[in-house]
Structures are given as structure tokens and as C-alpha cells.
Design a protein around this ligand. Sequence first.
Ligand code: SF4
Length: 240
Amino acid sequence: MQLAGLQKFTLVEGLPQPACVVFSAGCNYQCPWCNHTNRLDSVKSKLSEKYFWQFLQQQQGKLKTCVVSGGEPTIQEDLPRFLQKIKKLGYRVRLDTNGSNPDLLASLIKDNLVDLVSLDIKSPKGKYGYLIGFAEESMHYLLEKINQSLMLLKNSRLNYEIKTTIGTFLTPQDVWQIVHWIRPAKKYVLVNFRSQGISQNSFQIFEPYSDEKLVSLKEKIAPFFDTCEIRESMFVPHNF
Ligand code: SF4
């Protein structure tokens, strides 16, 4: 498994505390604001697996959960082996994914290798290409895959959440379109945008929503979900 980094301590919702976060290297999206170290052209390890396993062994009994984030973990073929080894050490696993690999996600769920899945839905369907750096005409296949992942989670007994990063690149109408796409669902999380470290100038004009605006939006959409909440972006380096 190609790894980009390790956050040694954090708190996560929905699973035993405390947790660590391991970031896989590389991603199949090209979000214009992304730190380039996460992109597909950089699928190479910056953290050795040996170091990671030593850390997890040392923390057994202290840390309870390991979050596997990215980048995009599901682009790496040995993800199942990696998760199996984390589980064998006694950790609960949260997987963060962009939903582009529903087949792998299905097999991870079937083999009980994940305890919670956090699925990123980045925008309404009509704006997806713009937000992840692809031509809209090429989005049909990928949107099918994302939708399959969404339906897989919704039809499973697994603990899951759907999350969207909210900034001024999404209008409240865009968020309503997402809500109509994904509802009903167990849990929808709005993560306020952090503009630090944005790599492309054209996206530096975007800002987070004000607290008031975000709270007001959350209150309006909350009835469509069992739970709806606002969360600060916790993890570095993947702020989406
Ligand atoms: S922001 Fe996340 S999904 Fe987008 S390219 Fe970067 S790592 Fe991938």
C-alpha cells in the first residue's frame, strides 16, 4: 500500500475513540484545489508501511480506531490486505472514499473489513466534472459508479455517512440538488471548506460559508436525514 502520511491522534464520530488517520497516496480525481501530493501522478509512498505497522502495534489498546483516508484508498489493489491487517490488530476501521470503486467497496463490506464508510459526494451531478477537474461530458460513467456506491451503503446494514464540503463554489441550490439525490439517508455531514493550501488560483476566490448561513442550511435540510450535522474539517492533508 502506498501511503502519504499519518495523523497519530484524532477523535472520530460513530466509532470507539481515540483514532489515528492513515492517508493513502494518490487519487483518481483532479480537484483543482487539491494539494498536488494527493493526485494520481503521485502514487508513491512517503510513509513506509513498516513504520505504520510498528506504530499501530505500539498503540494497541490505546488507540481504538484507524481511519483510512486519502487521496483515494480504493484505487490501490492491496487495500483489502491492508484493512485485514489493521482489523487483525484489533482496530475498528473507518474508510473515507470518493465512491468511484463500488465493486471493491462491496467486497470490503462483504468481508467485514470496514466498520464505517464515509462517502464524499462533492456536488450535484451537473457540476461534478467542474469540481473534480474532469470534462462534464466524461462524467456519465463515473457518476454511475458513485451512485452505485451510494446505493450500496444505503442498502447495507453498515454504519455510514455521506459528506459534502461546503464552500461558495456550491450554492444553496446546489446543496438542495445533492439532498434530493441522496435522500433519505442515515447521516449527512456538511464540512465547512478550508481555503488554506489551495493549489489553483481560480479556486482561491472561494470561501467557506459563514456559520450562520451553514447552520440555517443545515436546519432546512435536516428533516431529509436521520442525522444531519456540521463538522469542522479535522484531517490534514486531505481537507476534502
Ligand atoms: S481533493 Fe481529495 S478527491 Fe480531490 S483530488 Fe484531492 S485527494 Fe482526490
